[in-house]
Design a protein around this ligand. Structure first.
Ligand SMILES: NC(=O)c1ccc[n+]([C@@H]2O[C@H](COP(=O)([O-])OP(=O)(O)OC[C@H]3O[C@@H](n4cnc5c(N)ncnc54)[C@H](O)[C@@H]3O)[C@@H](O)[C@H]2O)c1
Ligand SMILES: O=C(O)C[C@H](O)C(=O)O
Ligand SMILES: [Mn+2]
Length: 525
């Protein structure tokens, strides 16, 4: 965020290499003659003074010379550690092309390879053996700044690729970059953090090059004490800072959100952000089908952080839409499916404790054995099918065709990331539904051809990145003490109003990322 109070390198008193080695102040070949004289840079730079446009053109050429997404990601990563003005300008001017490089899906590969690609640290690594010096380490990283944003991950459930240990700093950094890029959050007031409490990923534990804390994950009281100490430090030293939780394991994610959300401005992206963006996409879809949210029959495949966050958010929206509905009544519009099939009482202790009883179906209706997705779809005849399972291809031809038999416009959201984990390729769902499916995905996909029409259908990217920057920005600007459900619903409502499908049913269910900046800053109509 533009802030008049931000210290410049003059106030900080930097000169020469200290400026060139500081990504916040370094302008590379963009320093003017006067700046070069004043800051002892004359002999440290080649002669020509470039405009930002020229610098961006050169950087774009270097970017384009890399032939695969991961090496483009590494290139941008190193530019971020050298020159923020150039890095953000390059990204901003090429948002549609570069978003998937610095974010989903490529960032997932960069995180999985973190220990092998590692060159330079960034953000704050709070490692379990250093619990006693956590305050000192935290204050060192804050460098006396009043922060607007902290993004923290313990890396237990990175996108759909699971436990990534200390590589989790990559998701905290990527999410923070998106806040800057699409909502103007000042990167010097944002801090990515990883809580390195060990890893249960055997590949990492056995990798000689692993850069993290090589022990099994802390659990129970040890884990809770570690997180408690961290949150207490944020509350004490950064009382006005938004604390964004990302990619924690499902049980910790839910528990920590419930524990801390009334104590500080806390946001869990996988639960609340995903719930909100999915609500926005669904509002757009039901404006196309001209139906009401409380009349939907919704099957959610994969009942972890995202699946449960979506279920709650959509249920709340049903209650807002139809005030006579009770929690229980609204919950009956959902069928949650997970590894053991439909979540029903007879599954007993296979049902995770985070799943509210109201969402658990009665086995009297469904029998004792496991009930698979295809059986659920056959019987429920859902209007909406959402995938948050990390199970690629789970929405088979049989499932999509069965769904399409019973509803005119099946609403199908395969949301698992990265791309290779998506529950169904949009091209296939389009074909199997004879061009009737209203679709949105978690990762970016190409548009599909509608059979018998020359028009292409744009697949909306239903990714929480479409909403958390704007929500966060509002929270930061208003210095909100907590992030309430009402704030999240207002964000989802505004986002759905901006959906192209609201104006033309043949258009996408959500706005494109290329226009994100204006989305984050848009006011309610
Ligand atoms: N589009 C978005 O904005 C968005 C947001 C959050 C998460 N996601 C994606 O959703 C997926 C899940 O994320 P999460 O944070 O909820 O993870 P999670 O680990 O909390 O939940 C995953 C759930 O899927 C279940 N599951 C695993 N394999 C399954 C299978 N074969 N069949 C049925 N269920 C299965 C697990 O038991 C678990 O309940 C990831 O791929 C993630 O990238 C997308
Ligand atoms: O990171 C993303 O692309 C979205 C989401 O938070 C996820 O975990 O998949
Ligand atoms: Mn996530």
């Amino acid at each position: 965020m533009a802030s008049a109070a931000r210290p410049s390198c003059i106030k900080v008193g930097l000169k020469g290499p200290a400026i060139l080695n500081n990504p916040r102040f370094n302008k590379g070949s963009g320093f003017s003659r006067k700046e070069r004289d004043d800051f002892g840079l004359r002999g440290r730079l080649p002669y020509a003074v470039d405009t930002l446009d020229e610098q961006v053109a050169r950087a774009y050429q270097q970017f384009s010379d890399r032939t695969n997404a991961l090496s483009k990601n590494s290139f941008l990563q190193s530019m971020k550690s050298q020159n923020w003005v150039l890095y953000y300008s390059l990204l901003q001017r090429n948002l549609t092309e570069m978003f998937p490089i610095v974010y989903t899906p490529t960032e997932a590969d960069a995180i999985a390879q973190y220990s092998h690609l590692f060159r330079r640290s960034e953000g704050l690594y709070l490692s379990a053996p250093h619990i006693d010096t956590m305050e000192e380490d935290f204050l060192d990283a804050c460098e006396g700044r009043k922060l607007d944003l902290i993004v923290v991950s313990d890396a237990e459930a990175i996108l759909g690729i699971g436990d990534q240990g200390s590589g989790g700093i990559g998701i905290s950094s990527a999410k923070a970059v998106i806040y800057t890029l699409t909502a103007g959050v000042d990167p010097s007031q944002a801090l990515p953090v990883t809580l390195d409490v060990g890893t249960n990923n055997e590949d990492l534990l056995n990798d000689d090059l692993y850069v993290g804390y090589r022990e099994k994950r802390l659990r129970g009281k040890g884990y809770d004490d570690f997180v408690e100490k961290f949150v207490a430090l944020v509350k004490k030293h950064q009382p006005q800072c938004l604390l964004h939780f990302e990619d924690f394991g499902v049980s910790n994610a839910q528990r920590l959100l419930a524990k801390y959300r009334d104590q500080h401005s806390i946001f869990n992206d996988d639960i609340q952000g995903t719930g909100a963006v999915t609500l926005a996409a669904l509002q757009a879809a039901i404006s196309v089908t001209k139906s009401k949210i409380e009349d939907q029959r919704i099957v959610i495949f994969g009942s972890g952080s995202a699946g449960l966050g979506i279920a709650r958010q959509l249920r709340d929206a049903m209650k807002l839409s139809s005030s006579s509905l009770s929690d229980d009544e609204a919950s009956r519009n959902f069928w949650l499916v997970d590894k053991y099939g439909l979540i029903k009482k007879s599954l007993g202790d296979k049902i995770r404790e985070e799943i509210e009883p109201a969402f658990i179906r009665d086995e009297q209706d469904w029998g004792d054995g496991e009930t698979h997705l295809s059986d659920v779809v056959k019987r429920v005849k859902p209007t909406v099918l959402i995938g948050t399972s990390t199970h690629p291809g789970a929405f088979t031809e049989e499932v999509i065709k069965e769904m399409s038999k019973h509803v005119e416009r099946p609403i199908i959201f395969p949301l698992s990331n990265p791309t290779r984990l998506c529950e169904v390729q949009p091209k296939d769902a389009n074909e199997w539904s004879n061009g009737k499916a209203l679709m949105a995905t978690g990762s970016p996909f190409d548009p599909v051809e509608i059979p018998g029409s020359k028009k292409k259908y744009i697949i909306a990217e239903c990714n929480n990145a479409l909403i958390y920057p704007g929500l966060g920005l509002g929270t930061i600007l208003s210095r909100a003490k907590v992030m309430t459900d009402k704030m999240i619903v207002a964000g989802a409502k505004r986002l759905s109003e901006l959906a192209p499908a609201m104006k033309d049913p043949a258009e996408a269910l959500l706005p494109e990322f290329g226009g994100m900046y204006s989305i984050s800053f848009s006011n309610p109509s």
